[in-house]
Design a protein around this ligand. Structure first.
Ligand code: G6P
Length: 612
């Protein structure tokens, strides 16, 4: 969603801000803008992509060593040039960029209107900058103080950066509920909504906490106070990610790169945690909470989107091998449905970005009822990672493509490690079976490499079905969530309507859709209730549906029934989701490419959904 980047230091700000906006494009947005200070405050913004802003700025004077820039994903007011950020205050002496939503903006706006303020845009952000200006002028306080007083009046979420014509050596940044990172360079500072615009300049960062206001002055130490004016000591952390992880590295799209990174990312998510030879699985981050998990009345997994699908695989894993009851909930539903939850429950929040607003809110709700909260996040230092009692990072590396791929397989890998660890502690698996599973898990990265090398079959299937209007994805058991995830990938990036279903449920509705134009993707490995899935395939075939099946290498039964098969190597039933999701990601990717879609930034979607 919205992206923030700001710079203050000795260098020219514009190239740094522009590059930063490009790095933030992956979050999803619909307009972009920039404000620079060089004597006077200048502000430019455009609807559409960062490239359009760059084009518009071609012959402008863009000098200045301090500036702010923004990509906006519309919430209040349509995506147009006026509503794009930055926004000026009435005097045009202050400019602001803002992520989040000011919930009481209408009341504040009414008050300001009475006092003679007028507004160009429909945004809550323009209200906030005028509130700051009004307080600064009427209460005769410093800008910093005015920001603090304003934020005490605001209800909602914000990450803001304020630039002031009268304070050419200072930026003010603040956050609540929406992330903000400050990069600390040799003699300069970078502020951004995530670390991606910062990495190439410095690895030293400070993550602002909720209700903190940072005063970032040229050539001076960083000062942080909370909105109650209590002084805070900045805690400088080192970023783990590297610049080359943010580049396409020769691939045409980030999504394809990330699909192909999976042998490495799955390995990284197991690194230091699994030693199959010695029979060791350990997850350092949650070691103090193992007892709590074992004794929990139940474990509740909360997540959104693809992470929710990983949670569903987790449910099968935890119940199957560790015999612990699990429920999986959409965070957005859980937070509002008054669930029965108390200190006997353990909640596991799963999130790639660690910033999803609904997941964060669901965590707070569960905490208020006394539950223990664990996290599975990819982004180190993210809001969810910090809001949980403990957790396990997935270590998949930055995921830039909006459609999640390597983060999903890493989440499922971590959930598998957790389930195995709990099974070991609980003694629910015979030793030989446990060892067998560890060995199979360790062998997965190599098997993913084999799956990726499919001799062009997914591309041929994509070519044949690129014009389809609908797709059905079917699987059973561990592969039901894989069917959901396959369908989600396709609809997200190709805009083809796709549904995932448990294969047997097909008879209760979707079978009515099947005719010779309906491609049906089956996940049909030779494990679990394979024969039942074969019967479901026959039911589709009898109605002339087109069958694409993911099967275990050497399968002949399904091969005879299906129009196309994609083979995956033999593995344990519970590990099939990791292997089987890879060809489904590739299929969605190639279909989207053939339909001319922007796979890395699909329309209307955001990578990190920071509003509910
Ligand atoms: C958005 C993204 C999805 C992601 C979901 C949950 O919809 O586009 O790829 O699965 O949010 O995000 P999270 O970061 O919490 O996993």
């Amino acid at each position: 969603m919205c992206g923030i980047v700001a710079y203050i230091g000795p260098k020219q700000a514009y190239p740094i801000l522009l590059k930063g906006l490009q790095r933030l494009e992956y979050r999803g947005y619909d307009s972009a803008g920039i404000a620079l200070l060089n004597g006077g405050l200048i502000l430019f913004k455009t609807k559409g992509k960062v490239a359009e802003l760059e084009d518009y700025l071609k012959d402008k004077n863009l000098k200045g060593t301090i500036g702010i820039a923004h990509t906006r994903w519309a919430t209040h007011g349509e995506p147009n040039q006026t509503n794009a950020h930055p926004h000026f205050s009435k005097s045009k002496k202050l400019a602001i960029i803002h992520n989040g939503i000011i919930e009481n903006y209408a009341a504040l706006k009414k008050e300001l209107t009475k006092r003679g303020y007028t507004f160009d845009s429909d945004t809550d952000t323009e209200v906030l900058i005028n509130l700051i200006e009004d307080i600064q002028q009427n209460e005769n306080v410093s800008l910093e103080e005015a920001v603090r007083i304003s934020l005490n009046q605001v209800i909602g979420a914000y990450a803001i950066v304020v630039l002031s014509q009268d304070n050419p050596d200072m930026l003010i940044a603040a956050r609540k509920g929406s992330p903000l990172v400050i990069g600390v360079g040799e003699d300069d500072y970078f502020i951004a909504s995530d670390a991606t615009p910062i990495i190439e300049y410095t690895k030293n960062v400070v993550y602002l906490e909720d209700e903190e206001v940072a005063v970032v002055k040229r050539g001076e130490d960083l000062q942080i106070r909370n909105i109650k004016n209590r002084k805070k000591t900045p805690y400088i952390q080192e970023l783990e990610w590297n610049l080359n992880e943010l580049e396409k590295g020769g691939y045409e799209h980030f999504m394809l790169k990330e699909i192909y990174e999976q042998p490495r990312s799955v390995k990284d998510s197991m690194r230091g945690r699994l030693n199959a030879q010695s029979g060791i699985v350990s997850l350092g981050g949650i070691v103090d909470y193992e007892d709590k998990m074992l004794k929990a009345r139940r474990i509740i997994m909360i997540a959104c989107g693809t992470s929710w699908h990983a949670g569903l695989v987790g449910e099968y894993l935890f119940e199957d091998i560790a015999r612990i009851p699990v429920e999986v909930e959409y965070a957005s539903e859980f937070r509002y449905r008054n669930p029965i939850i108390d200190e006997n429950d353990v909640v596991i929040a799963i999130s790639q970005s660690g910033e999803t607003a609904d997941t964060l809110a669901a965590i707070e709700m569960a905490r208020s009822k006394g539950a223990t909260i664990l996290g599975i996040c990819n982004v180190v230092g993210s809001s969810i990672a910090r809001a949980t009692d403990a957790g396990t990072y997935t270590h998949a590396g930055p995921e830039i493509g909006v459609a999640s791929t390597k983060a999903f397989t890493a989440q499922v890998t971590v959930l598998t490690l957790m389930a195995l660890r709990l099974a070991k502690l609980k003694g629910t698996l015979p030793k030989s079976r446990f060892m067998q599973l560890l060995n199979e898990l360790e062998a997965l990265p190599e098997k993913i490499t084999k799956v990726l090398d499919d001799h062009g079959i997914t591309e041929r299937i994509a070519e044949e079905f690129k014009a389809a209007s609908n797709f059905l994805y079917l699987g059973r058991g561990y592969n039901f969530p894989v069917a959901l995830e396959g369908a989600l990938k396709l609809k997200e990036i190709s805009y083809i309507h796709a549904e995932g279903y448990p294969a047997a449920e097909m008879k209760h509705g979707p079978i009515a859709l099947i005719d010779e134009n309906m491609p049906v993707v089956f996940i049909a490995p030779n494990k679990g209730i394979y024969e039942k899935v074969v019967s479901n395939i026959q039911e589709v075939k009898a109605r002339n549906g087109k069958i694409i099946a993911i099967v275990t290498e050497g399968d002949t039964t399904v091969k005879d029934l299906a129009d196309y098969i994609i083979e995956i190597p033999e593995t344990e039933e519970m590990l099939v989701p990791i292997l089987a999701s890879v060809p489904l990601q590739k299929l969605a990717y190639y279909i989207a490419i053939l339909r001319g879609c922007n796979v890395d930034q699909p329309r209307n979607l955001a990578k990190s959904v920071t509003v509910e």
